[in-house]
Design a protein around this ligand. Sequence first.
Ligand code: HEM
Length: 450
Amino acid sequence: MTAVVEAEPAERFHSVPLRRVVGRVRREGPLGLLDGLGAQANGALVRLNLGPFRPFLVTHPDHLQHILRTRAANYPRGAAMWSALGRLTGQGIGGEGAQWHASREILQTAFSASYLKSMSEQMITSITAAVDDLAARAGTPVDAGVEMTRVVQRVVDPVFFGSLIPDGEGDRLGEAVATAMSSLLWRMAMPFVPHAVPLPGDRPFKRATRTVNDILRPVLAQARQDPRDGRDIVTKLMQGTGADGRPLTDDQICEDIVALFVAGSESSAIALTWIWVGLVQNPHVYAKVRAEVDEVVGDGPLRREHIRELAYTQTVLREVLRIYSVGWAVPRTAAEDDEIDGVRIPAGATLAISPYLTHRLAEFWPDPLRFDPDRFTRENVRNRHPLAYLPFGDGAHQCLGEAFFHQEAALIVAAMMRRFDVGLAGPVEPKLSLTLQPREAVELVLTPRR
Ligand code: HEM
């Protein structure tokens, strides 16, 4: 099949025929295809011709500004991927429209700066305990993905559930949500197949959602009977109201909690894994972070004010998320016909925004593959296009957990660095899945520091 898109000036618009897409995926894998498209387009809009599915790939910050800010109302989520995901996360914070808005209002206060501050001591306790547990495993390689998921889970339990979730159930919930998500891949890839027609992921999806409900329902029942100090997310959702002005139902609360797991837990654990890859592969940066941790934290316990004082570490986290953009694609759908930079966008078209590619545009990121945290000094940030960096999205749906992640990640890096010299047991390659992940398990070697 060849390109059938109307002629456009080559520098503004590239159309990529199906045979080239298939050939490239065969030779270089999905990430090779994405890298190739990015290099070819260099910021121009790209339209992939995949037969009936012809999404636009969007990378230039001006185009992102148009879609996510200026004409955001014309670009709701709406894409096929979201409707499949909706079976798991419902129409609240994971959706669009009035109920999304109601859930967003509730959760926005729940993740506010003052809330984060009030939870920081609890976060420090959870992280310190999780890192202490790792000491028993020092010397032998540990799977970074597994261990970072464990740490994240320990942070999330009290924050989400006010510690009402029984020991071990948080891990089981995380696993069930992850299984449900991966079982949905079939439906996401084939959105045109009616739900009445069975697909391979359907059974594991049903089993996993049953597990999710079995775990969450008793927690909700207990939270209603025994309200805690009201700071946890479940209680906040219980106290909030939906689009109809009435309290959220248990179904809606469960869906929002699952959406938070989907949006937050896995991406955080993967990002934390990439942080160790970025640090170990750039020894001069590692040395600077370690010096900062030693100076700021010293021999005493981690404290809330350290989070702000770990300024260089924060720039490293930003650079890690520039290079390893966990959320490598953010889909949107055009509600009505539009035009971006002279290119016609027909109603119904899918637009795949790719932070991964935007973060590699040489016009905004000189020598884009070089790992350089100084790109995030205040002055450099001020002089850059505001949409050149968007690992947490932008606009109405911008990530609610960005500050949460930065707080958690800085504390985890500091807690680990104080106790261990961290090394990698082998090389690491990225791969594209729903997120940008390491191709194989990343093995960390932890050597206790004297
Ligand atoms: C490194 C970690 C994370 C990354 C890379 C990430 C990335 C993103 C991105 C790109 C979006 C925008 C999606 C869109 O525009 O459609 C998003 C939305 C969201 N994120 Fe995150 N996220 C992270 C961590 C978290 C955490 C820790 C939480 C919560 C605890 C969280 C909660 C959410 C929620 C609720 C939304 C949906 C907001 C809405 O639609 O209004 N995220 N995230």
